[in-house]
Design a protein around this ligand. Structure first.
Ligand SMILES: [Zn+2]
Length: 62
């Protein structure tokens, strides 16, 4: 088991409530060190683009 390899950086869409994977490929140790102001990302479920800040990102196991 290598849980960190399976963790996918994910976001919850404010429009449809679906969880979708971020377009940013990132592992937890790297993510912890970066500075992230706000990112525009598009929901893969409903297609709405929304702005997300660092606290909106969650790692989920794939
Ligand atoms: Zn959505």
């Amino acid at each position: 088991m290598a849980p960190e390899d399976a963790d996918v950086l994910s976001l919850e869409c404010p429009h449809c409530g679906e969880t979708f994977p971020s377009a940013i490929p990132m592992d937890p140790p790297t993510f912890a060190t970066i500075r992230l102001e706000s990112m525009l990302e598009r929901c893969s479920a409903c297609g709405h683009a929304s702005r997300f800040s660092k606290h909106d990102y969650r790692f989920r196991s794939a």
